[in-house]
Write a protein that binds this ligand. Structure first.
Ligand SMILES: NC(=O)c1ccc[n+]([C@@H]2O[C@H](COP(=O)([O-])OP(=O)(O)OC[C@H]3O[C@@H](n4cnc5c(N)ncnc54)[C@H](OP(=O)(O)O)[C@@H]3O)[C@@H](O)[C@H]2O)c1
Length: 397
């Protein structure tokens, strides 16, 4: 890439970026989440498909999936586009989607975790986690881990010798709204509602991850068997009732996770070998034309702005130049295709940005702690799912 283009990259639309790196795009097998028409995910899928990638679009509903696939197949060969339903608010859906993708038996070269939700009230998923935490961070973390074997294969077999990439959508909100201390791991350890009412524990009530005993066991890393969980009856333990806080925290988690995934994949014993997988996080810019903003009521928008206004860094958010969808999809496409991106970094305007929460710079252990907590959260829920399935089988046999 010539130096001339570099100085104006932030003004280039996703289509031009993909055109610049079209050779890296062709023959790649790319999975993208959150691809409903009208959002950044669909635009990303559109340009990557246009420049020769085989694309799997994942959408929350079958209807959105059908529409996205139909639209994309209208201009590329139909076999180059696949569509699967992925509801990140459901571990079962995540498992099913990952299984369907793995069943294609194709090495994955690029995974773009674009899907996210922004809510004005705290809600709890069927898995017992705060909705934004699960959809924006924990779900993509789990989904990526399920796809990791095929990502590793993608990194080891790509025609251009490049590492496979995971591009994770974050947001400037992690800089503007999160506590300077970063994520509250105590809070996260407790941020789960009981989900196996009748099938876990003694069967007399919900297992409560908020009780002292359970929290201690998570903290000590010992296994969280649902049958070992106490059953003191169901009570809300979801923690903060500030929905914007959950959104911002989920987007900070995305940055820490991208760094940690890159670190874990880097085999420092052999520095000459490219790691099989690298991950970057991205702030796409503020793009009020996407569905996220279209579906927001005036009151919800005013509430968000009101909450942000009291923050010292609010000017960063309030003065940021708004972007069209093609411009806002550009940094994601850049991180997916550019040969010189730096593993683990946070990008905005097609360059590394230092507008990150202090903990990203100052707490080298934060990514590791987050990884552990995330695995424990997932492990807890998976054991509940196993117990639910067992009870169902016993009930029907
Ligand atoms: N636009 C901005 O100003 C801005 C700023 C900073 C960061 N971002 C980030 O950029 C990414 C794309 O956002 P966008 O602006 O394009 O928003 P969008 O149009 O609302 O797109 C979000 C996508 O995520 C999907 N999604 C929501 N809940 C889901 C779930 N439970 N399971 C699976 N998919 C789900 C949506 O599906 P449905 O359409 O079916 O709901 C949609 O396809 C997000 O990660 C967002 O946080 C955007």
């Amino acid at each position: 890439m010539g130096g001339g283009i570099t100085s104006t990259l932030e003004d280039l639309e996703a289509d031009i970026i993909a055109q610049c790196w079209a050779r890296s795009c062709a023959q790649k097998f790319i999975v993208i989440t959150g691809c409903s028409i009208g959002g950044l995910g669909f635009e990303t899928a559109r340009v990557l498909a246009k420049y020769g990638a085989e694309v799997v679009v994942c959408c929350r509903t079958q209807e959105a999936c059908d529409l996205a696939v139909e639209e994309l197949r209208s201009f590329v060969a139909p076999h180059m586009i696949h569509g699967f339903v992925l509801n990140l608010a459901s571990f079962r859906s995540i498992q099913q989607c990952a299984e369907s993708i793995l069943a294609l038996n194709r090495p994955i070269h690029i995974l773009i975790n674009n899907a996210a939700t922004k809510e004005v009230s705290v809600q709890v998923t069927e898995d017992g986690f705060e909705l934004q935490w699960q959809v924006n961070y924990l779900g993509p973390f789990y989904f990526t881990n399920l796809l990791l074997p095929m990502l590793v294969q993608g990194g080891m077999t790509s025609h251009d010798g490049r590492s496979a990439r995971v591009v994770n959508l974050s947001s400037i909100m992690q800089y503007v709204y999160c506590s300077d201390k970063g994520l509250n791991f105590e809070h996260l350890l407790q941020a789960v509602e009981p989900t196996c009412d009748s099938n876990c524990g003694s069967g007399s009530g919900g297992s409560d991850i908020n009780d002292e005993d359970t929290t201690q066991r998570i903290r000590s890393g010992s296994s969280l068997s649902p049958s070992a969980s106490s059953s003191k009856g169901k009570r809300s333990s979801i923690g903060s009732k500030n929905a914007l806080r959950w959104y911002a925290d989920s987007k900070l988690a995305v940055i820490l996770w991208s760094k940690e995934l890159s670190r874990l994949m880097n085999n420092s014993d052999e520095p000459d070998n490219a790691p099989p997988v690298i991950a970057m996080s991205v702030h796409p810019g503020i793009s009020p034309s996407t569905n996220a903003y279209r579906s927001m009521t005036y009151t919800a928008l005013a509430q968000t702005v009101g909450l942000v206004m009291v923050k010292i860094r609010s000017t960063v958010f309030l003065t940021e130049k708004h972007k069209s969808i093609p411009l806002a999809a550009a940094t994601t496409v850049y991180c997916a295709l550019n040969g010189r991106v730096v593993a683990g970094e946070y990008y905005a305007d097609c360059k590394i940005s230092d507008l990150v929460n202090d903990s990203v710079k100052n707490d080298p252990e934060a990514g590791k702690k987050l990884w552990e907590v995330s695995m424990q959260q997932i492990d807890y829920r998976l054991q509940c799912i196993m117990a639910e399935d067992l009870a169902l089988r016993q009930g029907t046999s």
